[in-house]
Design a protein around this ligand. Structure first.
Ligand SMILES: Cc1cc2nc3c(=O)[nH]c(=O)nc-3n(C[C@H](O)[C@H](O)[C@H](O)COP(=O)(O)OP(=O)(O)OC[C@H]3O[C@@H](n4cnc5c(N)ncnc54)[C@H](O)[C@@H]3O)c2cc1C
Length: 399
């Protein structure tokens, strides 16, 4: 383990999280960890010196859980991607762009998100929504094993057969709550060739497009993932299809890019999925039924940007108690974003009465700390697993 103090030339680069909201937070020390032994040493250091600590993979946590004024366990040095027998082993510090590049060399990929700098560990441990999710499930649904450093410094391998409770908890509730994951094993899938599509309308069409989208996109064939974005001047339905493009009931100005390799298709979304330097506030929630027309009208009048992500397909065919990710009956996730936090909260409140009351663990909201919202009926089992693996609550999180 290398300890990096504020006067080290690398300190400012390493301490900087992806989101500007948390960039002013300065860790007392950074522990650069490149192995499970390093992680165990860093945890012992934090304990001996009574320092609070945080784990940092890609640094995209919306609630700032990967920032600290104590000891920052920086994991980006665990950056290997290897493949054997269609199983991918990926270090906890690898970012998504490198995951797609590394696996594509073997003709493989995994269903995961678009943000090129998002960390594979953080994304997988909270679920993992992406453009292949309706075809192959959440990122965590492809997880077959993980190496984990526990609170007491022990290193364990977990899978369906070994430490099965821990393995269950990691798939949807594992972000910083049970141990430090140092490597993840995935059942990979063929890296497809796909079509990127965008259908665009002026913003005046937004109410009709939302109404049509929400009854179509969550039930569309597994081969198509169509998200919806409402911005200040337009409404856009966009995504990827593995089959000839079929826009269902949506008619508008269509732009298609055919024959993209999977890394190229992901790269085409890089700009919109990379955080910039302005603080953008967001709040989100799952919905298991469509929004009524009058609520859509109120939301549009409130003026925030709205992003709708479809669920359904393979994500919803996994039983809610098969993994810790409980949200298997949801139709879509709605995210409200904007530079004015009060306006974002107002927009969220308009939609909230129609929501299922469930939150995506990877979009944590500092206003909403009720663990049932994040874990639903899986909460009680998670509490018992927490008690077994982290009885002294050194990792914080679920109570
Ligand atoms: C620009 C952007 C694009 C996004 N795109 C998507 C998307 O397409 N799909 C999607 O599902 N989500 C997406 N997200 C949300 C993303 O999944 C979460 O922010 C995720 O937690 C990020 O992981 P990270 O490693 O980058 O973040 P970090 O902030 O480093 O970590 C996030 C959480 O995971 C914990 N953690 C990190 N590494 C480990 C580890 N090795 N062991 C145990 N716990 C660990 C941390 O303690 C923290 O609680 C996006 C977020 C942003 C900001």
């Amino acid at each position: 383990m290398e300890l990096i103090a504020p006067d080290h030339p690398q300190y400012d680069v390493l301490r900087r999280p992806a989101l500007p909201h948390y960039r002013a937070i300065r860790p007392a020390l950074i522990a650069r960890c490149t192995s499970p032994a390093d992680v165990a040493e860093a945890l012992a250091y934090a304990r001996t010196h009574a320092l609070p600590f945080a784990l940092r993979g890609g640094g995209h946590c919306f609630a700032g859980h990967s920032s600290t004024t104590g000891l920052l366990l920086e994991l980006s040095g665990m950056n290997s991607v290897s493949v054997a027998d269609h199983q991918a082993t990926i270090g906890a510090g690898v970012r998504l762009a490198a995951v797609y590049r590394g696996l594509h060399e073997h003709g493989l990929t995994i269903p995961a998100g678009c943000g090129p700098t998002v960390g594979i560990a953080g994304l997988t441990l909270g679920g993992g929504l992406g453009l292949l999710g309706r075809r192959y499930g959440l990122t965590c649904d492809r997880l077959v094993g993980a190496t984990v450093v526990l609170a007491d410094g022990r290193v364990v391998e977990c899978s369906q057969e070994r430490e099965p409770d821990l393995f269950w908890a990691l798939r949807g509730a594992g972000g910083g709550q049970f141990g430090v994951v140092t490597a993840l094993g995935f059942a990979a899938v063929p890296s497809p060739t796909a079509t990127r599509f965008t259908i665009t309308w002026p913003r005046t069409h937004a109410a009709d497009v939302i109404a049509a989208w929400q009854t179509w996109a969550p039930d569309a064939p597994d081969t198509i993932t169509a998200s919806l974005a409402v911005t200040a001047d337009e409404v856009r339905v966009f995504g990827a299809t593995l089959a000839p493009f079929d826009p269902g009931p949506l008619t508008g100005e269509v732009e298609l890019r055919d024959g993209l390799t999977w890394p190229d298709l992901k790269r085409s979304f890089s700009d919109e999925d990379t955080p910039g330097d302005s603080v953008i506030h967001s709040k989100s929630e799952f919905f298991s039924s469509p929004l009524p027309r009058d609520t859509i009208a109120q939301l549009l009048a409130a003026g925030c940007e709205l992003s709708f992500t479809p669920m359904g397909g393979a994500c919803n065919r996994v039983p809610a108690d098969a993994t810790a990710f409980a949200h298997r009956g949801e139709r879509f996730l709605l995210e409200h974003t904007g530079t004015d936090q009060t306006a974002v909260r107002r927009s969220w409140s308009i939609a909230h009465p129609h929501a299922s009351g469930r939150l995506y663990p990877n979009f944590p909201d500092r206003d909403l700390t009720d663990p049932i919202a994040y874990h639903g009926p899986n909460y009680e089992r998670l509490l018992a697993i927490k008690q077994a693996y982290d009885p002294d609550h050194i990792f914080g999180g679920i109570r």
